[in-house]
Design a protein around this ligand. Structure first.
Ligand SMILES: [Fe+2]
Length: 231
């Protein structure tokens, strides 16, 4: 079964992630050496500054530059996007174009303000009316928003997939709450959310090691089974 990184900013020059091809090659090599077999490339998509077609063209160009390197030691890349929530997202006609390649699954970045009813309503619409499956990016980051706990509980009532950043498991202040989520089956996936070689480097395997030590390999197997089943 492949070890899959579900969240990465590994494509060069497309967002605040990898700045250039050298950095991308370094990140991919490091992931390969540490057992990552598949990486979902999820550059940021912000509807307020971008159009979907233009974004997809930029993403394709970046991907082709990486493919042209012909790296032998690299995880397989699958294209996706980290789509930032915006008002009206559930009605945006072309939103399904932003799903992970060959799937109906979209990585959704939720707002960094306390979620009101309309946020949960639109997430529900994306699932029920637009028939998308949603991975909620780094859920742990929204738990910190003041007054957001009731909305998170409402979100978790929906059939969403929850991704956690591997790096958050390295932070002892966050670790306990995240481990509880995995134990309770409320979180299913890990991603590195890597942005470069120095700042926010790839670290999926470090988060996996914390899970192995604290919860045992069974939970890691579950994460891998679930992730492989999605692709
Ligand atoms: Fe991200």
């Amino acid at each position: 079964m492949d070890v899959i990184d579900f969240h990465s900013h590994v494509l060069p020059g497309i967002d605040d992630g990898s700045r250039n091809l050298d950095t991308t090659a370094g990140m991919l090599g490091m992931c390969y050496d540490n057992g990552v077999k598949t990486m979902i490339a999820t550059p940021h998509f912000y509807a307020e500054h971008d159009r979907i077609e233009v974004f997809l063209e930029r993403r394709q160009n970046a991907y082709e530059q990486v493919a042209d390197l012909g790296l032998e030691k690299s995880p397989k890349l699958r294209l996706g996007a980290e789509v930032a929530y915006f008002k009206g997202i559930s009605k945006a006609e072309k939103i399904p174009l932003l799903t992970i390649q060959d799937t109906d699954i979209m990585l959704l970045e939720m707002p960094f303000y306390t979620w009101d009813k309309s946020v949960i309503y639109e997430v529900r619409e994306l699932i029920e009316k637009r028939h998308l499956r949603l991975i909620i990016a780094h859920l742990e980051r929204y738990i910190k928003l003041s007054g957001n706990k009731p909305a998170i509980a409402e979100l978790l009532e929906l059939p969403v997939i929850v991704q956690v950043n591997a790096g958050s498991l390295l932070d002892w202040k966050q670790r306990g709450a995240i481990l509880k989520l995995f134990k309770a089956g409320k979180a299913q996936l890990l991603g590195s959310d890597c942005h470069g070689m120095n700042h926010r480097p790839p670290n999926l395997w470090l988060g996996r090691e914390v899970i192995r030590q604290k919860l045992g390999s069974d939970i890691l197997d579950k994460i891998d089974e679930f992730g492989n089943g999605l692709l």
